[in-house]
Design a protein around this ligand. Structure first.
Ligand SMILES: Nc1ncnc2c1ncn2[C@@H]1O[C@H](COP(=O)(O)OP(=O)(O)OP(=O)(O)O)[C@@H](O)[C@H]1O
Ligand SMILES: [Mg+2]
Length: 331
């Protein structure tokens, strides 16, 4: 069965660990492990652990998953302060180094174990900062966590928050954090340095920007809600140290190495036939230093070219042409 189908199926399984369906599900995980599909097995394990005892959960723990949630709006223009992304549209098939994979998995596992942690007075990691260069999975990483945990995903709209009248931006931020507090979800503050980097701004608005940043810092510091807040930035160096301190975890998402590039290419080309002359390892060497996003684009462009010209397979020439063309946009 393909990975996406298997994952979907697992999401629908709930109940006691001894339930027959649970047992079957655990044996599938073991099978996948034996086949060497460790990442898939880990992913399925995370999903299943979330669903274990779902119907017999501790009644003292607030279960607000089905609570209706309305995205707050900017008071003046009625613009939504966050955008909801439907579960089915969340990007989640990531190729990661084992180090980054285990760090992301740790966030997911801690979230699943949050009730157990709470009994010991501990909190899961739930304020996360992803940093690294463009196109290396910062936003995608946030989506993957929501997808794996089956949590609703919201992306903060800084345009709605900031463009409002003086004094209202802070109220907007406060409203958004408050509304999400009791609602298990993933809230993405994508490229949040849009606010942070303006700390050094010298303009008429500097007072207001300062205020917004300080409010955001305070909100992050105080946040102990039911969901996970993920902020992303590609400006690690220029970020204020005070911002880093507010997070439970900061994870760098680096560019792919040769092994990861090969895996990414295998996935990108999986639906099509590759010419025998194409050696993915050799292609990967030429792609060293490129971001995941550019590599994906090179592969997609080459695949489209071969489909349009009705060729039976993707040639090395198609890949090389696409590589040359896209080299210019690689940072
Ligand atoms: N680890 C990954 N595995 C597979 N594909 C990836 C990975 N990271 C990025 N991609 C590809 O790159 C695209 C862009 O990724 P993403 O939006 O997460 O980048 P980003 O780091 O947020 O960049 P930016 O700083 O420009 O916002 C994805 O849609 C996906 O095609
Ligand atoms: Mg991004």
């Amino acid at each position: 069965m393909n990975q996406a189908l298997l994952t979907r199926l697992f999401k629908s399984i709930e109940g006691e660990p001894t339930a027959p369906l649970m047992k079957i599900a655990f044996s599938i995980i073991e099978d996948e492990k034996k086949k060497g599909h460790t990442k898939l097995a880990n992913k399925l394990n995370v999903i299943l652990s979330t669903n274990i005892n779902k119907k017999t959960a501790d009644p003292t723990f607030r279960v607000t998953k089905n609570k209706e949630f309305h995205v707050p709006v900017d008071r003046r223009y009625k613009l939504p302060l966050a955008t909801h992304i439907e579960h089915d549209y969340l990007r989640h098939n990531m190729v990661l180094s084992s180090e980054v994979e285990s760090k992301i998995l740790r966030i997911e596992k801690e979230y699943i174990a949050r009730e157990r942690l709470a009994h010991h007075g501990l909190n899961p990691r739930k304020k996360i900062l992803f940093y690294g260069s463009s196109g290396c999975g910062k936003s995608m990483g946030a989506e993957r966590i929501a997808w794996d945990l089956g949590l609703p995903f919201y992306k903060v709209r800084f345009d709605s928050i900031i463009s409002s009248y003086l004094g209202e931006s802070a109220t907007n931020l406060q409203n958004l954090f408050k509304s999400i507090e009791d609602y298990p979800s993933v809230l993405l503050l994508d490229e949040f340095d849009i606010i942070g980097k303006q700390r050094n701004l010298k303009s008429n608005d500097v007072g207001e920007i300062h205020r917004i940043v300080n409010i955001l810092l305070g909100l992050l510091e105080e946040y102990n809600g039911e969901g996970i807040i993920i902020a992303t930035t590609n400006l690690e160096g220029s970020l204020d140290k005070a911002l880093f301190r507010r997070f439970d975890d900061f994870i760098e998402l680096p560019k792919p190495d040769e092994t990861e590039i090969v895996k990414l290419l295998q996935i990108s080309f999986s639906a099509l036939k590759l010419s025998k002359e194409v050696k993915l390892k050799t292609v990967a060497k030429k792609m060293a230093g490129m971001s995941y996003a550019i590599i994906d684009k090179v592969a997609t462009d080459a695949a489209k070219k071969s489909i349009i010209s009705s060729k039976k397979e993707i040639s090395l020439e198609d890949i090389q042409a696409s590589l040359e063309e896209n080299k210019r946009i690689n940072k």
